[in-house]
Design a binder for this molecule. Structure first.
Ligand code: PMP
Length: 427
């Protein structure tokens, strides 16, 4: 049994000063039981906790670490930028370079604004869509998580799901009433809703590949139907690509599926590990933002030079090494290892993967929406999670989170992981 005494005392102290001992709920391990470990340092695909235990990491700081932890290109860029000043609140060249890169890479983005988190990006998209259309209703999908925005904490995924609190206290009923939720992948339900209320709907926000209730894919034609209905009724279609942007392709999932949303929310990979988000899209909609237009949106630290430099360095490095093709290869290798482990252990569980994102559901059959995902054996997952962690592999501490591969994962890492996964599934 490895030593966890330092993590345990750090957590005891943290709980005295921080609610639940954490600055974001899912970190508290409530979905799997036990206590979180505290990190000492992280490099490449590995993490060392404060007790000296080494782990192979498949969380990657929840998505941003696409090159692995602390990549040299990103560290150098931060140091270089910091030497010139850490924040200005004055326009700076980094911001323009970032905006130009996003507009060139993401097919639907003509103009973009930087913010400090994914939550800010989706929140701003919603306000902008309402301002642009003059309508109030918004539509989201069960199990999709778009950050802790009041109007979007309705039947939300991620931590909100793990903790059994899909509807947060503190969200006025009047806000929630303006949010309509639908099951994902149900085209008939979409059509019925639009026929009844389409002309009152400001926006539909969707994770085109939902990855906050595990991971499931859109059925063929589903996103096309969504695009078509939004166009027909003058509703703003928002793709939340905070997780999938720059990860599933250079231009996000929209490049792969060939569908152009009106607005896109971005985060995670774009910041290289620093606190960054962005939202962008059609110029006629983006031009409604202050100071050009009447929709207010602002930020003291938005476009921060360190964050821009870190993000740009990460994006350029991905492009330089053609990271997306390499991640696909690593993903396929990881998938083969996991499927072999399932076979050896005699389990028929559902393994889903797209590129470098994956989820092992502790259930059989197919998973296409939240209801399917909820069939999972959460206690079984918790035992599996802890067995992997004890053996040196860190997966996300919840059945309802996706896993991430990075360019820093080696064949040796994947081989060792497959062994550990086999052992954990067999036990
Ligand atoms: N949208 C999606 C799809 C996300 O996965 C997340 C966070 N996991 C967010 C929005 C919110 O981002 P942040 O935590 O940076 O506010």
């Amino acid at each position: 049994m490895s030593d966890h005494s330092r993590s345990q005392s750090a957590f005891a102290e943290a709980r005295r000063y921080i609610p639940g001992g954490v600055n974001s709920p899912v970190r508290a391990f409530r979905g799997v039981g036990g206590e979180p470990f505290f990190v000492e340092r992280a490099e490449g695909a590995h993490i060392w906790d404060v007790d000296g235990n080494e782990l192979i990491d498949y969380v990657g700081t929840w998505g941003p670490a696409i090159l692995g932890h602390a990549p040299k290109a990103v560290r150098d860029a931060i140091m270089e930028a910091a030497a010139k000043g850490v924040s200005f609140g004055i326009p700076n060249p980094y911001e323009v370079e970032m905006a130009r890169t996003i507009c060139e890479w993401i097919p639907s983005v003509e103009k973009v604004r930087m913010v400090n988190s994914g939550t800010e990006a989706t929140m701003s998209c919603i306000r902008l869509a309402r301002g642009f259309t003059g309508r109030d209703l918004i539509v989201k999908f069960e199990g999709c998580y778009h950050g802790h925005v009041d109007s979007l904490l309705v039947k939300a995924g991620s931590g909100a799901l793990t903790h059994g609190q899909p509807d947060s206290a503190g969200v006025p009923g009047a806000f929630a009433e303006l949010t309509i939720t639908l099951p994902f992948n149900d085209a008939a339900a979409l059509k019925t809703l639009f026929q009844a209320q389409g002309s009152k709907i400001a926006a539909v926000i969707v994770e085109p590949v939902p990855a906050n209730a595990g991971l499931y894919l859109p059925r063929e034609g589903y996103l096309e139907t969504l695009r078509q209905l939004c166009s027909e009724y003058g509703t703003v279609l928002i793709f939340d690509e905070v997780m999938t942007g720059f990860r599933l392709a250079r231009g996000g999932y929209q490049e792969r599926c060939g569908i152009k949303p009106d607005l896109t929310a971005l985060g995670k990979v774009i910041g290289g590990g620093l606190p960054v988000g962005a939202f962008g899209g059609r110029a006629d909609i983006m031009n409604q933002l202050s100071p050009e237009g009447p929709v207010y949106q602002a930020g003291t630290l938005s476009g921060n030079p360190l964050a821009m430099a870190a993000g740009l360095a990460q994006l350029r490095e991905m492009e330089r090494v053609n990271g997306w093709a390499k991640l696909e290869e690593l993903g396929a290798e990881f998938e083969a290892g996991t499927r072999a482990a399932l076979k050896k252990a005699g389990r028929n569980y559902v393994f889903q993967r797209i590129g470098s994102m994956f989820c092992l559901y502790f259930t059989e059959g197919e998973v296409w929406n939240l209801a399917d995902a909820m069939r999972s054996d959460k206690a079984g997952f918790a035992r599996y999670f802890h067995a992997c962690l004890d053996a040196g592999v860190y997966f996300a501490p919840s059945q309802f989170e996706a896993g991430f591969l990075s360019l820093a994962h080696t064949h040796a890492d994947l081989e060792k992981t497959a062994e550990i996964v086999t052992g954990a599934l067999t036990a």
